[in-house]
Design a protein around this ligand. Structure first.
Ligand SMILES: Cc1cc2nc3c(=O)[nH]c(=O)nc-3n(C[C@H](O)[C@H](O)[C@H](O)COP(=O)(O)OP(=O)(O)OC[C@H]3O[C@@H](n4cnc5c(N)ncnc54)[C@H](O)[C@@H]3O)c2cc1C
Length: 503
């Protein structure tokens, strides 16, 4: 018996922030195209994009010290931080476009102003942070950034962190008030509600099982309807794999050359959460520290003000760990299942090169709650175990590939896009800075996959993202205009100052 196929123009796998964003962009650019979405869970934004599963930082390179390493000559490398800041400005512009055009509403449900700070201890680190501050604060993207190594000033900025410390220890922080806390899960749900109103078919409890390429250059997708307990078949002209940690095994099913010699290394995460209002009200910032020597960048500790379920909380972490699952809702067989004849040597090389990382992750996994509280005390010296609970965060799957610089089996710590088969398929792999830069990354996918439409689409893209194709750091007037208008639209008002924060 032959299967009957339903046709669509675009098929999106997964209902996380990535599919939500590319779906919304394409609906604006090509309103007549038919889009179908398949998600194995019963709601949108429940895996890594969920508010409890990530740190909710609007990464803009303001506070993350791993984006600004010290070079051999002692100067500070700022390229990565500036690039991420530019990318975050693109997200802000697109979200503002959506609000201004009533495509989504109530920005306060997903974005809030929370200062971003970096905190270091020890004389060498203090000198590094001061150099970092000097290198970044001359750039218009970082206007308003402050630095202090004065305990009295730090007590004002971060009383909870300073309580119980002696004034003799070298300590310093930088601070920028325009940082944000973002509920990517809430934003994802808003985007899917909007897409459904635009007649996009969103199929929950539907799991992608298989993918094949037809002679005509379409993609045949086999889907399991988890409620009806039956297989369904679709053909699509364009396929986007936004399955989070599970994107790699799904990409492997396409058989495209770009999916070969690529592996995934899963890293689990835990946060400590404090809901005690007496403690929560003593802290208002996302405070990023320095990763311990030898620790991977995803384990940079931070103490964050978070807004979750309409409550203000504190989260500390994430503590990294090892788990063979590619999704929080995944299977213990995910890692083994992703090893194929074409990537086995890449994976083995990565395993051999990263023994220290594996050892580190296993050690982290074995930490008792008291040992985790000990790590928290580096930030909050007076922390008491009874005020903090452990919550499980989302899974990250770091990409492993063969690179010229790193050789066979090099572990990548960023966000990676893979496109192939004449731009008919694209997939998003990797983690940080992830959701913060989603709009720029999805615009890049669109540019690579739809080169023939770009000329026609460019005016609309510029309407959605006025700075598209430009560097805001080199256009300070436009930067100021965009930052003030997006701050107003997104409600990024510092309520304590009762005035607009424009930077
Ligand atoms: C601990 C941690 C902290 C982080 N902190 C930050 C941060 O502070 N700031 C930031 O910007 N980013 C952060 N990130 C990264 C960010 O969370 C991710 O980049 C982003 O959520 C990825 O979105 P996604 O849509 O690709 O994946 P997801 O949100 O995971 O969505 C993928 C969806 O695909 C579905 N799916 C999987 N397989 C199938 C299948 N076979 N069939 C159908 N559906 C399927 C899943 O159920 C899921 O709903 C963090 C991540 C982690 C894990």
């Amino acid at each position: 018996m032959t299967n009957s196929y339903e046709k669509t123009d675009v098929l999106l796998i997964g209902a996380g922030i990535m599919s939500a964003t590319i779906g919304t962009l394409l609906k604006e650019l090509a309103p007549d195209w038919e889009i179908k979405v398949f998600e194995k869970l019963d709601k949108a934004g429940e895996e890594s994009s969920n508010v409890w599963n990530n740190a909710g930082t609007g990464h803009a390179g303001l506070c993350e010290l791993n984006y600004t390493p010290e070079k051999a000559d002692g100067s500070i490398e700022t390229i990565k931080a500036i690039k991420i800041n530019e990318q975050f400005q693109i997200s802000r512009q697109f979200w503002s476009y959506l609000i201004n055009n009533n495509l989504i509403s109530n920005p306060e449900d997903f974005i809030k102003l929370v200062p971003h700070m970096s905190l270091v201890m020890g004389a060498d680190n203090v000198s590094y942070l001061e150099k970092r501050y000097k290198a970044l604060s001359i750039n218009p993207l970082y206007e308003g950034m402050e630095f202090s190594d004065d305990p009295a000033q730090l007590k004002e900025w971060i009383p909870l962190v300073m309580k119980g410390r002696s004034d003799n220890e070298p300590i310093a922080a930088s601070k920028i008030d325009s940082g944000t806390d973002i509920n990517y899960g809430s934003l994802t749900c808003k985007l899917f509600d909007h897409l459904q109103k635009q007649n996009v078919e969103v199929n929950y409890k539907h799991e992608i099982l298989d993918i094949k390429r037809t002679k005509e250059g379409l993609w045949e997708v086999k889907v399991h309807d988890l409620i009806g307990c039956k297989a369904k078949y679709y053909t699509t002209k364009f396929l986007f794999i936004g399955a989070g940690g599970a994107s790699l095994p799904i990409l492997q099913k396409t058989g495209i050359p770009e999916s070969k010699h690529v592996g995934g290394f899963p890293v689990s995460g835990l946060f400590l959460v404090c809901k005690n209002p007496k403690i929560v009200e003593q802290h208002h910032a996302k405070v990023y520290g320095k990763a311990a020597v030898g620790a991977p960048p995803m384990s940079v500790p931070h103490l964050d003000t978070r807004y979750i379920d309409n409550k203000k909380l504190l989260l500390f972490g994430p503590f990294a760990g090892f788990s063979p699952k590619f999704l929080k809702t995944g299977s213990n067989m995910d890692l083994i299942g992703s090893v194929k004849p074409n990537n086995v040597f890449t994976m083995l090389a990565a395993g051999a090169k990263n023994m220290d990382l594996t050892k580190y992750l296993v050690q982290q996994l074995m930490l008792s709650k008291e040992q985790r509280i000990e790590e928290l005390r580096e930030f909050v010296p007076n922390a008491k175990s009874e005020d903090w609970d452990i919550v499980v965060a989302g899974q990250r799957v770091q990409v492993i590939k063969d690179t010229e610089a790193g050789g066979k089996g090099t572990l990548q710590f960023g966000t990676e896009v893979i496109t192939g088969a004449e731009g008919t398929v694209a997939s998003l792999l990797g983690a940080s800075p992830g959701a913060s830069i989603v709009v720029d990354v999805m615009l890049d996918v669109i540019k690579k996959c739809f080169p023939n439409q770009m000329k026609e689409w460019e005016p609309k893209i510029k309407e959605m993202v006025p700075s598209y194709g430009m560097k805001l750091a080199e256009n300070p007037d436009l930067l100021f205009e965009i930052q003030s208008s997006t701050a107003k639209t997104l409600g990024l008002v510092d309520t304590s100052e009762k005035e607009l924060v424009l930077k």
